[in-house]
Design a protein around this ligand. Structure first.
Ligand code: PEP
Length: 250
């Protein structure tokens, strides 16, 4: 089964709308790829600028979070219909920073995944262990649980539309990348848990990214692993060097 690779940038809380317009207008031509699905996940206030700047390039735009209700008394939140109307295609859900700093639980994340799919948005569902969990030898157990909970109640057909991102927390923004073997081991376990719950056909199709200090220097080795279908990229997606990750095989 040949799965198309997907490389998604996660800008986190970086770049204003003006900076977004300037960066994307200067860099977008280098980011275009037929071989790889390319996505920029950007702050809410930058989404419209990104959608407009990237129109016609084939590059997708994603949000970094959303609420699980369509509308209502949720001050400060943004909903799936709002994203959809702007032309947003993807949404990152359950990033470790949302879990750690904003108290997001597996149950909330599962509601968001369901809402995204019901709204025709493609979720990028994140999972990953802390250094303490890795050292305690519970990485696989932990990640399997996060995936099972995040996907709970979905049909196999829905799961095929989800992008799963394995991001060891100790490797995010630290410059410490998991070795390709470590990343492969967990991405394989993610695919196996999908196979157990939703069947082999779904596990064959679902894309599993690795995230954690991916760069132009390590992308080719990571993406060559059997169960790694691309990357979720933080810091390196803010610079033009992101193109080196997109074109990792050139
Ligand atoms: C991320 O933001 O999901 C991430 C992996 O960040 P970085 O690439 O900077 O480690």
């Amino acid at each position: 089964m040949m799965r198309k690779k997907i490389v998604a940038g996660n800008w986190k809380m970086n770049k204003t709308p003006k900076e977004t317009a300037a960066f994307l207008s200067g860099a977008k031509d280098k980011m275009v790829s037929d071989a790889v699905d390319v996505v920029f996940c950007v702050p809410f206030v930058d989404l419209q600028v990104a959608v407009d700047a990237l129109a016609g390039t084939g590059i997708g735009v994603g949000a970094e979070n959303m609420h699980f209700e369509d509308a209502g008394a949720f001050t400060g939140e943004v909903s799936a219909p709002m994203l959809k109307e702007m032309g947003v295609e993807y949404v990152v859900l359950g990033h470790s920073e949302r879990r750690e700093y904003f108290g997001e639980t597996d149950e909330m994340i599962n509601k968001k995944v369901k809402k995204a799919l019901a709204s025709d948005l493609k979720p990028i569902l994140c999972c990953g262990e802390t250094l303490e969990q890795r050292e305690a030898g519970i990485t696989i157990e932990w990640v399997r649980m996060q995936i099972k909970c995040g996907l709970l109640g979905l049909t196999a057909e829905e799961v095929q539309k989800v992008v799963l991102a394995y991001e060891p927390i100790w490797a995010i923004g630290t410059g410490k990348t998991a070795t390709s073997e470590q990343a492969q081991e967990v991405c394989k376990a993610v695919r196996e848990v999908v196979a157990e719950v939703y069947g082999d056909a779904t596990a064959d199709v679902v894309r599993v990214q690795y995230g954690g200090s991916v760069s132009g220097a390590n992308a080719a080795e990571l993406f060559a692993m059997a169960d790694i279908d691309g990357g979720l990229v933080g810091g390196a997606s803010l610079k033009e060097d992101f193109a080196d990750i997109i074109h990792y095989n050139k």
